[in-house]
Design a protein around this ligand. Sequence first.
Ligand SMILES: NC(=O)c1ccc[n+]([C@@H]2O[C@H](COP(=O)([O-])OP(=O)(O)OC[C@H]3O[C@@H](n4cnc5c(N)ncnc54)[C@H](OP(=O)(O)O)[C@@H]3O)[C@@H](O)[C@H]2O)c1
Length: 245
Amino acid sequence: MLAGRRIVVTGASSGIGRALAVAYAGHGAEVYAVGRDAERLAAMARGTSRIHTVEADLTTATGRRAVATTIEHRSGAIDAAVHCAGLLGVPGVALAAYPEAEWRAVLEINLTAVQLLHQQLAPALDAGTSPVVIAISSTVGRMPRPGWGIYAVSKHALEGWVALLAAEWPQGRVYSVNPGGTRTPMRATALPREDPATIPAPEDITPLFLRLVHQAAPEPTGAVLEARDWTGRDPWEGIAPSADA
Ligand SMILES: NC(=O)c1ccc[n+]([C@@H]2O[C@H](COP(=O)([O-])OP(=O)(O)OC[C@H]3O[C@@H](n4cnc5c(N)ncnc54)[C@H](OP(=O)(O)O)[C@@H]3O)[C@@H](O)[C@H]2O)c1
């Protein structure tokens, strides 16, 4: 269903981003998989020619340019960008005591890098077909909980970014998706006492993400969505086969 779609996935070396890169390629898309850890990226992409890895620190101009340059050299256009890269910061610390260095580091990757990478990718998205941007939010990005610090604040800001981009970019679709608690290294750090077996694996939450990048996905731009609403469902529900990408 995604044959011909060209998709950038950041944070593809781990957790949710890795599962999305593999799932997109499995459904026929060409994937640009971005992360800092070259070894984990290479391991993820082994066995498929549809995943192109880009080693890049997205908090640097050099890293963001490397993503754009890789696209320019291959197709010049992309049809979707999924911004998964993120940091948690220091869990359980109130705002009054929150360390400045962690505040700045989390804001830089969770918000500023999304905006600056989007600026780099905008021409390639506008050259694509029915282009889509997905920002990964969080439950605490919609309803803050004490102790989530800059992580919660940055995700709230990302929700605002999605709303503004939806208003400014009528030729594309932009979504905020909350994955819900998902079995990843970040989640294990945030909630070390939680039994990982009680929450979905990254592979379980892919249906909504698959659906949204299809060129005929009916969800309106600016939609604020929950990946958990789609676990176990057919991602292509209500999308006519004739509307294949
Ligand atoms: N897991 C959950 O329960 C949950 C719930 C709600 C929202 N989320 C959101 O889902 C997204 C993915 O989280 P996850 O749980 O999958 O976390 P994860 O396993 O820790 O993965 C985080 C990814 O972000 C990348 N990253 C961090 N800093 C980067 C930088 N400066 N440049 C490039 N890449 C960078 C990491 O790359 P390297 O490892 O290569 O450095 C890694 O691939 C995040 O935005 C997170 O806030 C997760």
